[in-house]
Structures are given as C-alpha cells and as structure tokens.
Ligand binder design. Structure first.
Ligand code: PGA
Length: 260
C-alpha cells in the first residue's frame, strides 16, 4: 500500500496576484513546521492557483510546495483559444494538473474522452494528471455511484498507466455544499475505485495508484477522511484558501501519526 499522502488545495477562480502573494507570505511563516511535517509524514502538498497566478506562485514557491494547474489542454499548440497546454505549463516547471474537475465538465464541456486525452498529454509531458471523477446527487440517491465511477474510469484510463496519475473521487453534490458522504461511504467508494483499476489493469497498478477524496473537506473533517484505509489524500477547495486552515490539516495528520 502507498505510504505517501497527498494534500492538495484547489483555489478555483479565487485570488489575484496580491492575494496570492499574501497567501504565500502567511503560509511560509510556518515553512519550517510544514517542511518537517511533510518530511516526517511522507506528505506531498500543493496548491492550484488560477493560470494568471501560476508564474508568480512558482516564483514564490519554497520548500517542496507543488504548484498545480487547474486544467490543461489536450492539444500541444494551435487554434484553441482560451486554453493552456502542457508545453506552456512546463515553462513554469509545473508537475501536476487537475483534469476533469466537475466544474470544467459543467461549465467548459469537458467529457470523459477529453479527460483521457488530457491525461495522456500530461503523461507524455511528465505532468501528473489529478483526474477527478464523481457522481451527481441524483445518481447518488439512486445508488448508482459505483456504476457511474466504473464507466468514467473505463473511458478515462484507456491506454493509461493509472500509477502515473492521481485519482480524485469528488462527489458533485459534496463540492462546496458543506455535505460529505459518510466516512464508511468514502472508504468503500475509494476501495471500489482501486478494485476497478485492478480489473482494468492489474493488482500492482491498482495498489500503486493514489486515490484522493475531495468535496467539502475542511480543517475539522480532514483528518478523519485522510486516515481512512483506502484514501491516499485530499483535494481541498474552500478550506485551502486560508493558510492557517491548510496548515492545521497538515498539523493534525502529524499529531495523529505521532500518537499512533
Ligand atoms: P470544496 O471543493 O472543498 O470547496 O468542496 C473541492 C473541489 O472542488 O476540489
């Protein structure tokens, strides 16, 4: 089983250059604590700012903070107005990109086939795709979660080595709503995702694919979720906008590990 835990913040359409500078100056006041915690607990942490703040964020970046793109084009270059390619992200040494977030699916028409293409482009360019999957509220209520996820994974992972990706299970109805599935549900769905990856490839690939949970994770519920057996990390929206909330999540993991 994977030892690393991934704690990623998704800033969505928040923060301009001034806010980004403020965030990092506050966050890095605790840099030595964050560094020690990350090292001692095998944590990989980072933030996904808007694309206009990627350049500044990589300049302000200290320690091992990962700077993550919120989306990426499936194309390398050309007539694709409004998009940013892996080649352009590489200018900033970006190592991770979120793909298929439910908000890019909803507002920008991204499909599972696009997610597959985007993930492939990322891998060619040595960028780790953070692939988001999840069911709607109607599907959850009809108990179709596993069916929906299996279908998404089948399309998205076609021709892809899942070990080189990160999967983020984000129920659409949990995002920004303050609601989350029960801990038991999160654990069982993440276990199901791993089983599905095993069916699509093999046990080695499945056991080495990080599976994160996202959707209304905050400084109060984060520890309980991230310590579930089948969860390898968190994708945090709202709570990642406040440096102290994010640091608290890291500190709680540290305390829990020490007391274990
Ligand atoms: P949230 O967002 O934590 O604000 O619910 C999570 C996400 O969309 O990745």
């Amino acid at each position: 089983m994977l030892k690393k835990k991934y704690i990623f913040g998704n800033w969505k359409l928040n923060k301009n250059l001034t806010d980004t500078t403020k965030f990092f100056s506050q966050f890095y006041k605790q840099l030595s604590v964050v560094k020690t915690i990350a090292k001692n607990n095998n944590l990989i942490y980072g933030f996904a700012p808007v694309s206009t703040c990627l350049s500044l964020s990589t300049k302000l970046k200290r320690g091992k903070t990962a700077i993550i793109a919120q989306d990426v084009s499936e194309y390398a270059f050309g007539s694709y107005t409004g998009q940013v390619s892996c080649l352009q992200l590489k200018d900033f040494n970006i190592k991770y990109a979120i793909v298929g977030h439910s908000e890019t699916r909803k507002y920008l028409g991204c499909t599972d086939l696009n997610v597959n293409a985007k993930s492939k482009t990322c891998l060619i360019n040595k960028i780790t795709p953070i692939i988001c999957i999840g069911e709607s509220l109607a599907e959850y209520n009809k108990k179709q979660t596993k069916q929906v996820l299996a279908k998404q994974l089948k399309i998205i992972l076609k021709g892809i080595d899942a070990r080189k990706c990160i999967i983020a299970y984000e129920p659409l109805w949990a995002i920004g709503s303050g609601k989350t599935p029960t801990l038991k549900e999160i654990n069982s769905v993440c276990e199901f995702i791993r089983k599905t990856i095993k069916q699509l490839s093999n046990v080695n690939v499945a056991n080495n694919t990080p599976i994160l949970y996202g959707g209304s994770v905050n400084e109060v519920n984060a520890l309980k979720i991230v310590t579930l057996t089948h969860v390898n990390g968190l994708l945090i929206g709202g709570a990642s906008l406040i440096p102290n909330k994010f640091v608290k999540i890291l500190k709680d993991i540290n305390t829990w590990q020490k007391e274990k």
